[in-house]
Design a protein around this ligand. Structure first.
Ligand SMILES: CC(C)(COP(=O)(O)OP(=O)(O)OC[C@H]1O[C@@H](n2cnc3c(N)ncnc32)[C@H](O)[C@@H]1OP(=O)(O)O)[C@@H](O)C(=O)NCCC(=O)NCCS
Length: 179
């Protein structure tokens, strides 16, 4: 049975990512995306760039997920989520949800009202996650993922919604599920 093979989380923690985390981040990208991976050089640049931030989920010393926030890709006031991944064995433990709540919190702290991201139009788990946060489609992006269609999504009015997100975030902190 699948759940018997799931690793026990030694102690899931969240922390900032730095250039020292380049190897495991790249390895996770390769494991998940194969040929469509972000290049080592691109990730290295992003991790060295003060306009970009990485938030990692780690289990002991093992990287199990990360979110990549880019303050320069979008227009002013719009911070972009350039990457969000969770290792297959750690999915459905609300790791992505907690990483995304961190991104919302960062945008609110900075006084930026919008988050945006691109997603493959057939990525149902990710679309469900983003719908749960209230993202909506602003543009179709035909063929952008090696010929597959994508969508540009936005989550707006973050400053108005900040109290509601803070309440949901604190509920998640008390979440008793695995991890
Ligand atoms: C999408 C992804 C990041 C979700 O990570 P996760 O940690 O498993 O997600 P969470 O446990 O935080 O789930 C939060 C919500 O997302 C949705 N969701 C996540 N995985 C889902 C799945 N397989 N099927 C349906 N809904 C799903 C649900 O709404 C869920 O809320 P719920 O637990 O109340 O049902 C993960 O599947 C992944 O890394 N996929 C490959 C990379 C990718 O597609 N990244 C997004 C690029 S835009």
């Amino acid at each position: 049975m699948y759940w018997l093979r799931r690793p026990k989380a030694a102690g899931l923690q969240f922390r900032a990512g730095t250039l020292e985390d380049l190897e495991p981040i790249h390895a996770l990208e390769v494991e998940l995306f194969g040929q469509e991976v972000w290049s080592y050089e691109h990730l290295s640049q992003a991790l060295s760039d003060s306009g970009q931030e990485f938030r990692l989920a780690v289990d002991g010393t093992q990287l199990v997920g990360y979110l990549w926030l880019d303050w320069i890709a979008g227009e002013r006031g719009t911070v972009e989520v350039d990457g969000l991944v969770v290792a297959p064995a750690y999915r459905r433990r609300k790791i992505a949800e907690r990483l995304l709540h961190w991104a919302v919190e960062r945008a609110v702290q900075a006084g930026w009202p919008r988050l945006q991201l691109k997603v493959r139009a057939d990525n149902l788990p990710a679309l469900k996650l983003y719908a749960k946060f209230g993202f909506h489609k602003v543009e179709d992006l035909p063929g952008v993922y090696a010929g597959k269609d994508g969508l540009l999504l936005r989550l707006e009015q973050l400053l108005t919604k900040a109290p509601e997100f803070a309440r949901k975030r604190s509920e998640l902190e008390g979440w008793q599920g695995q991890g």
